[in-house]
Design a binder for this molecule. Structure first.
Ligand code: BES
Ligand code: MN
Ligand code: MN
Length: 451
């Protein structure tokens, strides 16, 4: 039996310990947990046998850096992942508590199990196995694990932009994406970018009795609804002037490859989405709509009376959280400026509207023609026993663009999540067979790259 098979139980125990740390990056009260999670990763890397493993502390949540450079002449890989997780609300919808990992039907349930602690742990255990059994790695490996990915990775971005010599490498390896379907090894070659904003709308200078003043006073929640519907029509077309100007359609070759993916739209609607119908631009198929077209979404509207019962009030102000997913070659700063100009143009009488930027990140497209992606495809194929497919994803991983722009390296996104893993939602899970196969696939990948 190999090291990887013999140590499955220990790997699982280690993962559970990692998952018990509530490292929610957006909530300031979890700052000590962020620190603990960073230290956990560092200690694991050093126990795995990485020659150096340390925290890089500065502004923001610590980065974990590690290296093993004992293979002169061989390529150097930069392993990236994140130890921070999303918030857990609504808590009452979890079948087991989010930070008390529980195994049901070959899945481990916990916040971060798939996104991204389970997958960071895959990287750690892959190198551990090789180092413990052979005393070395087939190529040079560096780790850069961050704790702010879920809040846009501002500090890793400025760190990478400085091009620190210790990050010099030939390719970035990222386990933070999903497989297209169970049993189908997948490489992700495109991610969308994002501009996340708040729309602040102010009407009267104080709350008003809706009976006494209704009919004369402006309503900021109504104004938000009007602004939102003026900027996206019922067919999902975004009406922000200039917004689509830089959008690049996927190549014919890529669209042909997507058309070969096993996909049943009706099943997707029922099982993955669970709504009475799919929406969005009717002239594009689901892959193009979710991978290669930008979006405009409202995430929440705060304002007025939201308690039980009734209160007859016209609120003075309201706030909407609105984001736009971007595709190549859209530019976040430009999209933000276009959004602001469009809001100013459609803002109804009687209210003022202000757009505040929360965070942004560019889209990324990876050219799949390189030996690292070939090696990853071959490694996954060997471990999973079926042909690797290439897809894009609609999600964002902000640092991928910087790896290309600042370090000049391609990213290999070999992910082991599944479409029903409930990322960012209640009952997030990670399929344990994928956890174990992921570890072996990454180890195999290192061997192939080192050959
Ligand atoms: N791992 C996800 C992104 C992802 C999910 C890629 C599924 C491919 C498939 C990542 O942790 C994430 O959620 N990113 C955020 C980024 C944002 C907060 C800047 C996202 O996409 O919302
Ligand atoms: Mn992630
Ligand atoms: Mn995420």
């Amino acid at each position: 039996m190999s090291y990887y098979q013999e140590n499955r139980e220990a790997f699982l125990e280690g993962l559970k310990t990692f998952l018990r740390i509530p490292s929610i990056s957006t909530e300031p009260e979890h700052r000590p947990d962020i620190q603990r999670a960073a230290e956990f990763v560092r200690d694991e890397l050093s126990a795995a046998g990485m020659a150096k493993a340390e925290l890089i502390e500065g502004a923001g949540h610590p980065l974990v850096y590690a290296e093993w450079l004992g293979a002169p002449g061989k390529p150097t890989l930069l392993f990236y992942g994140h130890y921070d997780v999303q918030p857990v609300e609504p808590l009452e919808e979890w079948k087991s508590p989010p930070f008390e990992p529980e195994i049901r039907n070959d899945n481990i349930y916990a916040r971060g199990s798939c996104d991204d602690k389970g997958q960071v742990y895959i990287l750690v255990k892959a190198v551990e196995g090789l180092l413990k059994t052979t005393g070395k790695l087939p190529c040079n490996v560096k780790f850069l694990i961050e704790g702010e990915e879920e809040v846009s990775g501002e500090h890793i971005e400025s760190y990478v932009a400085k091009k620190p010599p210790r990050l010099a490498s030939d390719a970035a390896i990222i386990c933070d994406t999903e497989m297209f379907a169970p049993e189908l090894p997948t490489i992700c070659v495109g991610l969308r970018g994002i501009v996340y904003t708040e729309l602040h709308v102010q009407g009267a200078d104080h709350d008003l009795h809706s009976g006494v003043y209704g009919g004369a006073a402006p309503n900021p929640i109504q104004a938000i609804a009007e602004i939102v519907t003026a900027l996206k029509d019922r067919d999902g077309h975004i009406l922000i002037p200039g917004f689509y100007d830089r959008v690049q359609p996927p190549s014919r070759k890529e669209k042909e490859a997507w058309a070969r993916l096993p996909f049943d739209e009706e099943e997707y609607r029922k099982k993955e989405i669970g709504s009475p119908a799919l929406t969005g631009e009717p002239e594009f198929d689901v892959f193009e709509r979710t991978w290669a077209r930008p979006t405009f979404e409202v995430h929440g509207i705060r304002g007025g009376f939201i308690g039980e019962g009734a209160k007859t009030v016209i609120p003075a102000r309201a706030v909407a959280k609105i984001s736009m997913r971007l595709v190549a070659d859209q530019r976040p700063e430009e999209a933000l400026a276009q959004f602001k100009a469009a809001v100013a143009k459609v803002c109804p009488r009687g209210v003022t509207a202000e757009v505040k930027l929360i965070h942004h990140a560019g889209a990324s497209l990876v050219n799949p023609d390189n030996r690292f992606i070939d090696a990853a495809a071959a490694a996954m194929q060997q471990v999973f026993g079926s042909q690797t497919v290439y897809i894009r994803s609609g999600g964002s991983i902000p640092i991928v663009g910087s790896f290309e722009r600042s370090l000049g390296i391609p990213s290999v996104m070999m992910g082991f999540g599944l479409p029903d893993d409930n990322l960012h939602a209640p009952n997030e899970k990670f399929h344990l067979p994928n956890f174990y196969r992921g570890i072996e696939a990454v180890a195999r990948f290192l061997e192939i790259v080192g050959q």
